[in-house]
Write a protein that binds this ligand. Sequence first.
Ligand code: 6PG
Length: 254
Amino acid sequence: MNSPNSNVCVYPTLQALTTAAAEHVIHQASLAINLRKKFTIALAGGSTPKNLYALLASPEYRTRLDWEKVEFFWGDERHVPPDHADSNYRMAHEAILGPLQIPETHIHRIQGELADAQEAANRYESLLRNRLASTDSAIPQLDLVLLGMGPDGHTASLFPGTDAVHESTRLVVAPWVEKFQTFRITMTPALINHAYQVTFLISGGEKAQVLREVKEGPYQPDALPSQVIKPLSGHLTWLLDQEAASNLSTQQSD
Ligand code: 6PG
């Protein structure tokens, strides 16, 4: 599934991947700030992105970006309050938002605490439309969407067998996820694929088989939702560690 507007970079270790991802974010942020005076980023949940957030907040990186020009969003959220152990917002707040003392006005979280997950999705869609610019299309454009990928091929909270995988008009939906017996709130392919940059951050040997299926197997997004991520005019970057990339037939190593 290699397209002209995508590239794959493989790194020998998780640490090397995390460092490369930090450089990638800094670079994309600098471009966006130079061109559009600010940088809008949608964060992913999960353990792989958490390493990146902590590195960006470290003394080595925290001075390399004008954080006052960065606005934080989330690609997905669990149906839990912001102080819950499962909250993607909480994870990001602990790893980067708190350490960098990012002002609340620059933090745009999904209200996972609302009893009605669809109401949370509706409110987040309104927030996105109000906060984000959109060029010719009616769909707003984020500068960078960070994504992880689960061993089942899900990304954000686009899980196999859910209608969210095929959502082409709404920006945010609240699918019921049978395997977890819970609702999730997630950005849709319609929104993600309008971003200037979309970057997968994938590590670990447990992802190797599904990554090969996603990138080299037949197009079957109901089973492999990550396959629907195809930026319309933006760029798709796959940042992988060697373990995750070990089953790919073609590897580009940086
Ligand atoms: C979530 C994440 C999810 C995550 C993948 C990969 O809310 O759980 O958004 O899509 O990115 O499950 O997680 P790891 O990087 O921890 O494997």
